[in-house]
Each structure stands twice: as C-alpha cells, then as structure tokens.
Design a protein around this ligand. Sequence first.
Ligand SMILES: [Ca+2]
Ligand SMILES: [Ca+2]
Ligand SMILES: [Ca+2]
Length: 243
Amino acid sequence: MKTALLLCAGAALSATVSAQSTVVYTQNFDGVLGPEWSGVRTVESVQGFEGKGSAGNYFSGNLLRNASVGLASRLTLTNLPPHRSVNVGFLFAAIDSWDGTGHTDGSQTYLEDYFTVTLDGVTIFNQSFANMAGVGTYNPPVGGLIAGALNPGTGGGRDYGWSGWVDSAYNLHLEPTLKNIPHTASTMVLEFKATGRGWQGLADESWGIDGVVIETGGGVVPAPGAAALGAIALGAAASRRRR
Ligand SMILES: [Ca+2]
Ligand SMILES: [Ca+2]
Ligand SMILES: [Ca+2]
C-alpha cells in the first residue's frame, strides 16, 4: 500500500513540474492583420529574407516592418488560459544601417540603436545590433543568426533588400531569456520598438518581425498540494528504509 502511495505521489509531482506549453497565438503576417495589432502595423514583403530561418519557422511572404522613429508595434492578447509563464518567440530582422552601441567614422559620430520588447510595460529584451559598423550587444545562441553576419563592419555582410545597406536576421525562438517569463494575468501586451539615441528610422534603419508564436504554461512552479504529496512520498520512503 505504501508503494502504491509513493508511485501516486511521484506521478503528481512530475505532472506539475513538466507543465505543458500551450500555443495561444501565432502570426505570419501573410493574411489580414487582426485588431490585436496596434501602433505601427505595416505589412510588406520579406524580400531577400524569404526562406531564412530554421526547422518549421522561416521568413516567408510578408513581415511586419516598422520604419518609424521609435513608435511601437503592439500585440494585445486577451482571454489567456490560466498559466504561470509565457514564451515569446519570433524572427527578427535588423534592416539596413543599424549602428550597434555606436561608433565614430571620421568626424561623424553615430549613437546607439537598440531593439526593445516589453511585456506589460516591463522590458524583456533590449539589445543593440550592428549592420554597418560598430558592435552590437546581442550574442545569439547557436543557430540564432539566420541571415547576414554578426557585426559585419569589416566585411561579410549582405544586403537582403530595402535601402541597399547590409541587413541581418535572427531566430529569437532560440533566445533563452524570452522563455519561461513569469506571467499569470489573463491579458498581455507586448510592445516591439526601436530605442537608442541614434535611432533614425525611415529608410536609414528599420526592423521587421515574422513567425510570431506566443505560448503560455511551461512554468516549473509546483501546484498547491504538491509539497504535501512530496512529504507523504518521502515519509513512505523513510518508513520502508527503516524496516
Ligand atoms: Ca510571413
Ligand atoms: Ca538592406
Ligand atoms: Ca542609427
């Protein structure tokens, strides 16, 4: 009987720790964009980024492109199922002459360009990218760079479209800091925007996103009662050892 109880408690514990992630939203920007997107919501061709990505998630068709001078593109989701965390994933394109953390070219100084994502007003991603010159802050995980070169100021960059400057793209589905973000509210507001003193926008530098996937769940917080079951399991195990 104690053995049965131990197995039962163990099953309950593992069920709470390995909570499944649930996909609650996807967006490929290839159809009509719904009212969940506000702010800058311009959709246009992915141009030379077509097919760039990794298994199951590629730039294709259209992307959302934001060439504004620091205005946000905003995704608002409502009626989320009960959850303890969210995973945010998308493909990110740094389009044209991003200046990283800033650099000097002769007498001309270029200040920093950052891409920032907030969740309910709290920053969850804030990194600079360099396409022309200078160095960015972002250090992608293996496979995270999917087009262009990281910090190609000395060469290796490539123009994938738009203004003729070098571009780069990243698979932020692989970015670990965008996974298991604590969140429990039934609504969420994600804001995507360029920041930094050097941001000029327009034809000089812009950004795009495609392949957005939002998941809830994935938390590792034990459900209420799991600790008590664990104590019972440990007690049963100790009891068996004492025999
Ligand atoms: Ca697309
Ligand atoms: Ca370009
Ligand atoms: Ca700039």
